[in-house]
Ligand binder design. Structure first.
Ligand code: NAP
Length: 383
């Protein structure tokens, strides 16, 4: 019987060409992207990353798709919606997909894997996460924001063995032969299962998950690793403890909150040559018009007024809030991609359109002159 190490090594052999592909595609094509387009303009190309960008793992495009809605975040996403969303994203040229065992306790990975099954692995960039191992449990219905009859439980494991087991489980659950990026998930003080104990979990990861992911990268089994977290402190800690390639920083860089990331995160990433992927660029829906801000319905003071004002200025300049929110998060040179979640095909097409339309420079000037975004925040075409 194959050992876990052998299992991963076999899948690495099968995947070797695919894992390197996003970088090669970026280098070969440069910014001359040929992706097909959006609802707004079927010929519009997704914005690309420059060839041989400074970052170690630049995805081909500045835009990817999040996997939380595939995992029934807030409400059950039907199979039809899930597959329709993925098909629309693919048709629009999107080739960067993020998921996690945590999203719907395996549901998001299963759906994404089903969709990717007949796709050429060299054509897409796939990221998933480690840190939670899943176990069958008939008594479980909903967990946290994940809805539906999940019948699955989870436990944390940031050890070296836990990471290998998690990657093996994800490969099997998705039925794919490669994973490009692996993020250490939710090892962070905002994780309600941990709180301040996150530092103890981090010590386990420092000795276990981090060196193991570096070995897996060096063996060519994964393309790169990083943190997938909602606070900045664990991202900085990972850059001290190891040599990450990409940080999936969620909830810290949006139109409405970006000062801390500009001050603490961006300089550290530049110094360490680490790319950023921006999670929750729509504030978990608030910047697309929903009532959730960062997975809660408590809206911070002043945000409603700010959102209304930015929307009004956007309309005056012929654009909209969601477009501004998405383009803002993709603008900095240190950002490799922004990955909004989408529930339906319509969302996927709309978000794609938002990433391809031109927003007038005067719009960004107006936001800065009214103090609605920070003066030193990079904006499109001036990043
Ligand atoms: N710790 C981590 O690693 C971490 C944390 C957070 C996020 N992430 C990653 O980042 C991705 C994005 O985050 P997210 O999905 O949680 O939040 P988000 O991208 O900020 O917002 C997604 C929500 O916005 C709404 N939406 C999206 N497009 C829309 C459109 N065109 N029109 C109207 N509403 C629209 C949908 O709301 P409805 O629900 O109402 O349909 C959707 O649930 C995740 O999927 C995940 O891959 C990672």
């Amino acid at each position: 019987m194959a050992s876990r190490r052998e299992f991963l090594a076999w899948s690495a052999l099968a995947a070797a060409a695919g894992t390197a592909a996003p970088r090669l595609m970026a280098a070969e094509k440069g910014s001359d992207n040929t992706s097909s387009g959006s609802t707004a303009d079927p010929d519009a190309a997704l914005p690309g990353n420059p060839p041989l960008a400074m970052n170690r793992f630049p995805p081909e495009h500045k835009y990817g798709v999040g996997g939380t809605q595939l995992g029934n975040m807030y409400r059950v996403t039907s199979e039809e919606e899930a597959m329709g969303m993925l098909a629309a994203a693919w048709e629009g040229g999107n080739r960067h997909f993020d998921t996690s065992p945590w999203y719907g306790l395996g549901l998001s990975e299963r759906r994404l894997g089903r969709f990717l099954f007949d796709k050429d692995p060299s054509e897409y960039l796939l990221s998933t996460k480690v840190g939670r191992l899943l176990t069958p449990d008939a008594s479980i219905e909903n967990v946290a924001n994940w809805k539906g009859n999940l019948r699955t439980n989870y436990r944390y494991d940031y050890s070296a063995d836990g990471v290998r087991r998690s990657i093996e489980d994800s490969l099997q659950r998705m039925g794919v032969s490669k994973i490009d990026l692996v993020y250490i998930h939710d090892l962070s003080p905002d994780n309600e299962d941990m709180g301040q104990e996150w530092e103890q979990y981090f010590e386990i990861a420092r000795k276990g998950a981090i060196p193991e992911l570096e070995r897996l990268r060096d063996e060519g089994i994964i393309g790169g690793w990083g943190m997938g977290v909602n606070e900045i402190a664990p991202s900085l800690a990972a850059m001290d403890a190891g040599n990450p390639d990409v940080i999936l920083q969620a909830t810290q860089y949006t139109l409405l909150n970006h000062r801390d990331a500009l001050d603490r995160l961006f300089p550290a990433c530049r110094e360490r040559d680490v790319s950023l992927v921006i999670g929750a660029p729509l504030g978990s829906g608030y910047l697309a018009g929903s009532t959730h801000w960062m997975y809660k319905t408590d809206i911070p003071e002043g945000f409603a007024q700010k959102r209304d004002r930015i929307s009004a200025i956007a309309r005056e300049h012929g654009t909209d809030l969601r477009t501004a929110a998405l383009q803002f998060t993709a603008a900095p040179e240190v950002v490799g991609a922004t990955i909004p979640g989408a529930r339906t095909a319509e969302h996927a097409r709309e978000n794609q359109a938002s990433m391809t339309v031109e927003v007038p420079a005067e719009f960004w000037d107006a936001l800065k002159s009214e103090g609605l975004i920070e003066e030193d925040a990079p904006v499109p075409n001036k990043a």
